[in-house]
Ligand binder design. Sequence first.
Ligand code: SAH
Length: 218
Amino acid sequence: MTYAQGAARQSDFKVWREKMVAEQIEARGVKDRGVLEVMRKVERHRFVSPLVAHLAYADTPLPIGEGQTISQPYIVALMTELAQLKSTDRVLEIGTGSGYQAAILAELAKEVYTIDILPDLAKQATMLLKELGYKNIQVKSGDGYLGWPEFAPFDAIIVTCAPKDVPPALIEQLAEGGRLVIPVGDRYQELKLFTKTAGKIAQKRIIPVVFVPMRRGR
Ligand code: SAH
């Protein structure tokens, strides 16, 4: 916060956050009370550049540097609801970006592991999440296509970049009863929910979406 962003500004942000949840998230059908609560709590404006902080609660994705974006608030809430988190869950996120989705997950689950292929974004998110006091999030830089085998299995996996096909490692690293929420596709992408029950995978198509592509390498 600079001197120009005083107490009045903080209360503006809170009002905008309430409005965001009511008009963009509840109005579109997200019902999970825990999800709505954390979307009201986590200060999304801390995860974007101060230059666009006034847009942090708008119904849109925003640039976070390196050509990447923080997802639209509704999509973050929807994906979190689909993950059906419990306070004992261990969660993997692919695509740390700003760290906002990771913070939302960390409010609801026990442990969050998050990977970004761009080292600078991973570094920035690590610092911000530490500054905000999150102790249950581990960030690393690497290729999320491979998951994070050292900490598998995961009760939920959320992917915030779109691979052309579902990475087999992510299905493998899903715990029994686990949920994988992932945008899949090339130009046309669809958000999908995979669940693992008695070792069998079921999939459900949710909605068409637009995410940055999942890159490979590193
Ligand atoms: N969840 C983020 C938004 C992520 S944008 C947030 O809340 O801000 C998508 C991110 O996926 C980008 O930061 C991009 O660098 C990352 N990404 C792309 N391909 C990846 C890969 N193979 N493994 C890990 N991260 C990847």
